[in-house]
Design a protein. Structure first.
Ligand SMILES: Cc1cc2nc3c(=O)[nH]c(=O)nc-3n(C[C@H](O)[C@H](O)[C@H](O)COP(=O)(O)OP(=O)(O)OC[C@H]3O[C@@H](n4cnc5c(N)ncnc54)[C@H](O)[C@@H]3O)c2cc1C
Length: 395
């Protein structure tokens, strides 16, 4: 028999969604326990998203989660769309008066963990949640095991599934781990990290007849770049020289600064939204609720927006106002989630070249890029979506 631990909010997953929620709850005086199956070192070494919307940065700074985003992050006031060898800048500040920040996800996680642990938060590393039970009651439970195999049980007023795209909490909400709207894409990104100076000041999204490429930055000495590839590609199958040739052929308008490649990975593209985001007192947020292809840089930003909304609902509940606002979470969160799904799909389809694309498809795609970049209305839509729409409110 396991001794159950009682808390107000049990959070599965110490990614951006779970940690940010724990941080905001802490600031509101609401107790939570976070469990993650990985160690702190593993979590802090996760190389993933890098672009933060204006609203995400505002929340990180205003809530005291991160000052470093402003000192160590880089403000980007635009991006370049490159096609037919020519770059066209989308000037965010001029079009919508907003910017984005380049600040890698693992730095956000380091900041959140440092702050939470300094504030005495209860974060249990190497604790694997196996199941969420009692989802039809007012006291749902999380059961699992720690790294030594010792079982644990958390009983809470709310259980939050912030456990990423392979969420186990999803089963308690929609009846299976895969229940949702789903789309798979016929290509993926081959990503590299390399030691080199930046090749450009801002991100370059390049559409070429050879496929898509993204030239992104990490710091003055480390760069992140991506190539459109086959989802089944073996990351070891290309030599460094072949990678540089492929990148350069797709970004012919910019001379790339090369350097040693020290990390390679293949990132498959999926769009997913769970059938439902909540069942009574079990709620899904972040990648557990939805996944987007990375072309629109929306993954981590959507997760933080979910947190902002849900925190407001939980604050209202623990202030004695009942579950009214929490119960509105799904309906309100889904508005932004589907806008972001559309934007991510649109950027992906406009910039990538399908293996079966006809000449007509190719010319139509170039026409679309011309329409977006030559028109203030087209560029403004892109700038508005990329930098992030205004936050939704629960009511
Ligand atoms: C390889 C990769 C590359 C990406 N690159 C980009 C990018 O370039 N741009 C972009 O915008 N987005 C990118 N994303 C998406 C972005 O990183 C995610 O949207 C973001 O991490 C979502 O945060 P989250 O907290 O919801 O989930 P996650 O960051 O996935 O965190 C979930 C946490 O839950 C833990 N967990 C899972 N299951 C359990 C369990 N059973 N018990 C306990 N703990 C558990 C995991 O260890 C993890 O720490 C990428 C995603 C991946 C997978």
């Amino acid at each position: 028999m396991v001794d159950a631990v009682r808390t107000q909010v049990a959070i599965i997953g110490a990614g951006p969604a779970g940690l940010m929620l724990a941080h905001l709850l802490n600031a509101s005086g609401i107790a939570s326990i976070v469990v993650d199956n990985r160690s702190r070192a593993d979590i802090e070494a996760t190389i993933r998203a890098g672009i933060l919307e204006n609203g995400t940065v505002d929340l990180l700074v205003a809530s005291g989660a991160s000052d470093r985003v402003l000192t160590d992050g880089h403000r980007h006031d635009g991006i370049e769309l490159q096609f037919e060898g020519e770059g066209r800048r989308i000037d965010f500040r001029q079009l919508v008066g907003r910017s984005v920040w380049l600040y890698p996800q693992h730095e956000v996680l380091k900041d959140l963990l440092a702050r939470l642990l300094a504030d005495g938060a209860d974060i249990r590393f190497e604790h694997e949640a196996g199941l969420v039970t009692d989802e039809d009651t007012d006291t749902p439970k999380v059961v699992g095991r720690d790294a030594a195999g010792t079982p644990f049980e958390l009983v809470a007023d709310f259980v939050i599934g912030a456990d990423g795209s392979r969420s186990i909490a999803r089963t308690a909400v929609v009846g299976s781990q895969t229940g949702g709207y789903f789309r798979e894409y016929p290509f993926a990104w081959f990503g590299i990290l390399c030691e080199a100076p930046p090749s450009a000041k801002e991100l370059i999204y390049a559409n070429s007849a050879n496929g898509f490429a993204l030239i992104s930055q990490r710091s003055d000495t480390v760069q992140r770049m991506y190539l459109q590839c086959d989802p089944d590609m073996d990351p070891a199958s290309l030599s460094d020289a072949e990678i540089w040739d492929a990148l350069q052929s797709r970004v012919s308008g910019t001379a790339l600064k090369q350097g040693p490649i020290f990390q390679r990975d293949v990132l498959r593209f999926r769009s997913f939204v769970a059938w439902h985001l909540q069942k009574r007192r079990v709620v899904l947020i972040g990648d557990a609720a939805h996944t987007v292809p990375p072309t629109g840089a929306k993954g981590m930003n959507l997760a933080i927006h979910d947190v902002r909304l849900l925190h407001r609902g939980l604050e209202s509940y623990f202030a004695g106002e009942g579950t009214g606002l929490v119960d509105r979470f799904e309906q309100v969160a889904l508005k932004r989630i589907w806008r972001a799904q559309h934007f991510s799909w649109w950027m992906t389809s406009m910039l990538h070249v399908a293996a079966d694309a006809t000449d007509f498809d190719r010319r139509r795609q170039l026409g679309e890029l011309e329409s977006v970049t030559a028109s203030a209305a087209g560029s403004t839509y892109l700038a508005e979506a990329y930098t992030g729409w205004p936050a939704e409110e629960l009511g």
